[in-house]
Design a protein around this ligand. Structure first.
Ligand code: 6MZ
Length: 365
């Protein structure tokens, strides 16, 4: 299954703070333990718990992770590492999402948080990162992907990755806070912010709270993706599908009517297999809705969600699908290639990716 790693892939649903290396989390926890802020041995136990975690437990873990990653320097560090990790498994386009955070006690505003993320993107050194659209930087990187021939094999071609950002609205936030995030996204467009995500604990909050911000985002030309159907909530699922976001994540607790609406709308679905299984939201892989969506040729893309929290990688998600559903290399390649059509970056990036995938396809013949 080495080809799951070497195959070019696109990651469209990855939460920054869910994608941190365990080694980094442990290092940060140790430092805070030494300062007496946390009890390291307890935190270590939580971080290294590899068993299934209910959604409720996952959100508790996020609260803990956020304690470990509060300051600007750490946000910069984790961004750098997350991009490097995705690039190292041949992710050629990454849409990274994160919730801008405000923390007056350390002088952090939502804006300075995102600036720390940008600094992380700039500080990646192991791979060329193209994240600023239409800049000198991105022009030189406009053909940013190593030729298929050189990909991975010859040391002479540096890896390159496109990165775009989505700003997440946390379901705990008020309408005003959500609008603030959208305004920030608009200000940061020139630095590669392309859209808005609605995420956070799905048992909290009301659709009506976020709707004004999501409408505003749409009016201003930002793309929108929604965590949809992570818990049973028929009315909200209908409302979300009626909003017609550019993509949705998960789509787990869907009833017949929801599937009908989704399929007639053609909204692409971000599929996070390991996350769904590990949170016990889907009982086992063989009953996962991936199968039905794939068979009915509904647009979908395999994603990690939280590669750190769920100890997975995008290559692993591809491997699980190939093994569980008997798909071969060519079918998996097409699955990956199709995702190019669902990205939120501009048409120039799309064209570059199409060209790249075509050249890889030729080499496979
Ligand atoms: C819903 C999730 C999530 O934004 O601090 N997040 N929201 N469902 C999920 N499925 C398991 N996984 C992650 O990254 C962590 C935040 O992303 C959202 C949660 O709001 C979590 O606090 P950032 O970088």
């Amino acid at each position: 299954m080495e080809w799951c790693v070497s195959m070019p892939k696109l990651e469209l649903h990855a939460h920054l703070n869910g994608s941190i290396r365990n080694s980094t989390l442990l290092e940060l926890a140790k430092a805070l333990g030494e300062k007496g802020v946390i009890d390291f041995s307890q935190v270590e136990h939580v971080i290294l718990k590899y068993d299934d975690r209910s959604l409720k437990e996952v959100f508790k873990l996020f609260d803990l992770i956020h304690i470990l990653t509060t300051d600007h320097a750490t946000v910069t560090r984790i961004t750098k590492e997350v991009v490097e990790d995705f690039a190292s498994e041949n992710v050629v386009y990454l849409e990274l999402r994160t919730t801008p955070k405000k923390n007056d006690s350390i002088g952090m505003s939502k804006r300075s948080y995102i600036e720390a993320v940008m600094k992380g993107l700039r500080s990646v050194s192991s791979v060329d990162v193209a994240f600023v659209p239409h800049s000198e930087d991105s022009r030189t990187l406009l053909n940013p992907l190593p030729s298929a021939k050189n990909d991975n094999c010859n040391g002479d071609s540096r890896k390159k990755i496109f990165v775009r950002l989505l700003l997440s609205i946390d379901r705990r936030e008020t309408t005003e806070a959500a609008i603030e995030t959208v305004k920030l996204a608009l200000e940061m467009r020139q630095f590669g912010v392309v859209g808005i995500d609605l995420s956070g604990n799905p048992s909290i909050g009301e659709w009506i709270t976020y709707l004004p911000a999501l409408k505003f985002a749409r009016e201003q030309g930002l793309y929108v993706t929604l965590h949809c159907g992570e818990v049973p909530n028929s009315k909200e699922i209908h409302n979300m599908l009626d909003f017609h976001p550019e993509r949705i994540g998960h789509a787990i607790f869907f009833e017949e009517e929801h599937w009908r609406k989704l399929k007639s709308s053609n909204i692409p679905v971000e599929i996070c297999l390991t996350s769904n299984i590990r949170t016990l939201s889907v009982p086992s892989i063989d009953v996962h809705h991936f199968v039905d969506l794939y068979k009915s040729k509904h647009p979908l893309v395999l994603c990690t969600d939280d590669s750190g929290v769920f100890s997975t990688s995008l290559s692993n998600e591809y491997k699980i699908v190939a093994n569980s559903f008997g798909l071969g290399m060519r079918e998996m390649f097409e699955l990956s290639r199709n995702a190019v059509e669902f990205i939120f970056a501009d048409s120039g990036v799309k064209e570059d990716l199409r060209t790249y995938f075509n050249s890889v396809a030729k080499n496979m013949e």
